[in-house]
Design a protein around this ligand. Structure first.
Ligand SMILES: NC(=O)c1ccc[n+]([C@@H]2O[C@H](COP(=O)([O-])OP(=O)(O)OC[C@H]3O[C@@H](n4cnc5c(N)ncnc54)[C@H](O)[C@@H]3O)[C@@H](O)[C@H]2O)c1
Length: 393
């Protein structure tokens, strides 16, 4: 599955086609900055997006459809389009044997994710998923501390996710319509469910969840279901109910809480709220010999560790600072692209995992089903045997 240099673009660089040129098109700039890769084609059905692409990548070919891009001669495809399109786009590219970078979430159902993984296997094509949090200094610091035994054997992980810009980012465009995402517990939660699995060392096998649409259900709606969230952002809207121009369809939850039982017995929880004043996430990892938690996430911050007994609240026993690298998502996006290019060309180990990405989707989908059935416990289906045998967890 090695991509030979003869298959590559100018000066031996990997020829990359971008599918979807919206917010995540910023990854295209990182591709061009990489010495081994270059954006040579872009496709997007929206002419305004293609105008943006023309300015950002003047030498790239521009297309309105995926078949046209696939026919243009690219070595790799990056799927940066809305979630419900990931499955069909990734499958079409993998079937051609192309290396595929798929943004998270891998798909909007476990079945869709399994289809992508099975296609990659059958085609012998390389699949990489954009779980950039696996490159985030905050997450890497917690993972290193856990591996060093700072809290003993991990028994529980709790994540509280304060999505302060939720009104602008998730309720003004396609995200707000569950047909495009299944729900935000999967859409947004896929990042943190994956991190919880990675820190604990196993995927979720049973969930229960509760949630509702508490704030944005009654907000003023736009008539335009194709508006771009960034064009109608209201950064000064406060309280959150002051947001206007919400997407015409708003049927996803804005507050949700899931409890997870992992395959190795670890107990976890993930809480997500889209109307908090602040925007970050706070993890607590509890082991049989201590507890740690982060303060700060994308930028600089610290991981605090308590590993001695204290009466009442106590200052942490150990404080481990972390610093973000320059660039988006604390430098994680640049590391993500570097890893993808290396993998697309040479294969080998990657920090992100398609199988783990599938497990995040499966847990998020099951939790959404539980939530919409009043909290009924739901088992998370395991992947097909050939998929779990063939991909690294
Ligand atoms: N890893 C991260 O940190 C991160 C952050 C934000 C978004 N994302 C993911 O990236 C993806 C894109 O999100 P976004 O915020 O850039 O969305 P966006 O709405 O800003 O952009 C999506 C673009 O895709 C285009 N598009 C729609 N259907 C298409 C199709 N069938 N083929 C090609 N293009 C199509 C749209 O016209 C639009 O220009 C989503 O799956 C999202 O979950 C990941």
């Amino acid at each position: 599955m090695t991509t030979s240099t003869s298959e590559q673009g100018g000066a031996g660089r990997l020829r990359v086609g971008l599918v979807g040129f919206g917010n995540r098109a910023l990854l295209g700039r990182l591709v061009d900055e990489h010495p081994g890769a270059q954006v040579t084609a872009v496709c997007d059905p929206d002419p305004a997006a293609l105008d943006d692409a023309r300015r950002a990548h003047p030498d790239a070919e521009l297309f309105g459809t995926l078949p046209a891009l696939l026919g243009a001669g690219v070595d790799a495809v990056m799927v940066l389009s809305p979630d419900h399109t990931h499955e069909s786009v990734a499958v079409a590219a993998l079937e051609r044997g192309l290396a595929v970078f798929c943004e998270k979430p891998l798909a909007i159902t476990a079945d869709g994710a399994d289809r992508i993984l099975s296609t990659a296997l059958e085609a012998g094509a390389r699949l990489y998923v954009g779980h950039n949090m696996r490159h985030l200094p905050m997450v890497l610091t917690m993972r290193r501390l856990i591996a060093e035994g700072a809290v003993g054997q991990v028994e529980a992980i709790w994540c509280r996710h304060f999505v302060g810009n939720g009104g602008d980012y998730y309720f003004k465009d396609w995200h707000a319509d569950r047909r495009n995402t299944t729900g935000l517990l999967l859409q947004k939660g896929a990042h943190d469910i994956d991190v919880i699995h990675w820190l604990a060392g196993a995927p979720t096998r049973r969930v229960t969840a509760l949630g509702r649409l508490a704030v944005y259900g009654d907000g003023a709606r736009s008539l335009d279901d194709r508006q771009r969230a960034r064009d109608v952002a209201e950064p000064d809207a406060w309280p959150p109910s002051a947001h206007s121009r919400l997407h015409p369809v708003v049927d996803v939850e804005d507050i949700s809480m899931m409890l997870m039982q992992l395959g190795n017995g670890v107990m976890a929880s993930y809480q997500q709220c889209h109307f908090t004043p602040d925007y970050w996430r706070n993890y607590t990892v509890i082991g049989d010999e201590g507890r740690l938690e982060n303060v700060g996430d994308m930028d600089s911050g610290e991981v605090r560790v308590w590993n001695r007994r204290h009466p009442g609240y106590a200052a942490p026993d150990v404080v481990v600072p972390f610093s973000a690298e320059p660039g988006t998502h604390g430098g994680a996006d640049r590391a993500l692209i570097a890893e993808f290019v290396e993998y697309a060309v040479h294969g080998g180990y990657t920090r992100t995992s398609p199988l783990a990405a599938r497990e995040a989707v499966a847990a998020g989908e099951a939790a959404t089903r539980s939530l919409r059935a009043g909290g009924q416990p739901v088992d998370v289906p395991p992947p097909p045997d050939e998929v779990s045998r063939s991909f690294r967890w």
